[in-house]
Design a protein around this ligand. Structure first.
Ligand code: URA
Length: 295
């Protein structure tokens, strides 16, 4: 028989062997992320491929064998899996690496919760360290928590947050695909602007969070986030809509940062034009990441 159809158990055996074998766990995980939506195609393994699995010696790279098979499949069919690599909403990292990042982010969150570098630490109800995927390709960075965020300890959960959720959804993404946080981790009273000493005290937290998550694009929401991360005094109108460079530290390549209007500004100035500008900015982000750009 030239083709064996429907061998899901074989795939899961291969994936589990991959997980147990450190050497192959990364390609297997990459593949699982890329391939799962296309399992039907994956199950059409030809008999030679199957044979390869059974006669494989210990040092055979299972991930490589499967990848080659998929690339071959793509070559003949116009492709489904490998091209999808570009269109993933989160980075294809190993479980081990994202668990490590999540653990380090948790440590930063604990530090933030104990932080009393400025008065805001004793005025807040909850600190708001930020949340989202440790494998995020996009990090949204806002200014500071408001009343709703202070009450819940979560970023962007008030009205501005609901608008941000809509923007994320319109991009074809889920909130859990991205990471969302702020420059300040505690609410300034009456939502006043952050003071320089507060920004200086808090800045290392977002810098470390960016460094850990290492996103492909940072979206700076509003003037405060954009100016702080870019170390500039320029107006948001001048900065928005362009890919600029965020410097994560000496010896590290700059990261892409695009400023856009803050959702709270959009709510206050809910014009067709302002919405269009934010949408244009987000479409640039999607295009840059190779994600589908909605009309
Ligand atoms: N505005 C912000 O800048 N951050 C939040 O978390 C909420 C509103």
């Amino acid at each position: 028989m030239e083709y064996l159809v429907g061998v899901p158990w074989l795939v899961s055996v291969a994936l589990n062997v991959g997980r147990l074998t450190k050497r192959v766990s990364q390609p297997i995980n990459d593949l699982r992320n890329r391939v799962l939506p296309h399992q039907l195609g994956f199950f059409l393994l030809d008999s030679k491929m199957l044979l390869k699995f059974f006669v494989m010696k210990e040092d055979v790279d299972i991930g490589k064998v499967v990848r080659q098979h998929l690339e071959m499949d793509e070559f003949f069919t116009g492709g489904f899996a490998i091209r999808g690599q570009q269109a993933m909403s989160t980075k294809p990292e190993t479980e081990e690496s994202s668990t490590h990042t999540a653990g380090e982010l948790e440590k930063i969150a604990d530090e933030i919760d104990r932080c009393r570098k400025c008065d805001l630490g004793s005025l807040r109800t909850n600190s708001v360290p930020g949340e989202g995927s440790p494998r995020a390709r996009i990090m949204f960075v806002g200014e500071a928590p408001g009343a709703d965020e202070d009450a819940q300890g979560r970023p962007f959960v008030g009205r501005a947050g609901q608008l941000l959720d809509k923007i994320i959804k319109a991009c074809g993404l889920k909130r859990s695909d991205v990471w969302i946080g702020n420059i300040l981790k505690c609410r300034p009273p009456e939502n006043r602007d952050p003071r320089p000493e507060e920004v200086i005290g808090c800045l290392p937290y977002i810098q470390r969070q960016i460094e850990l998550i290492n996103p492909e694009i940072i979206v700076a929401l509003g003037a405060h986030a954009a100016r702080t991360l870019l170390n500039t005094n320029k107006a948001i109108g001048e900065l928005r809509g362009q890919f600029l460079e965020y410097y994560a530290g000496i010896g590290r390549p700059p990261m892409k940062l695009i400023p856009t209007y803050h959702p709270a500004y959009l709510l206050r100035n809910y014009s067709q034009e302002n919405r269009r500008l934010v949408w244009e900015d987000m479409k640039k982000v999607l295009a840059e990441l190779g994600l589908p750009v909605p009309e």
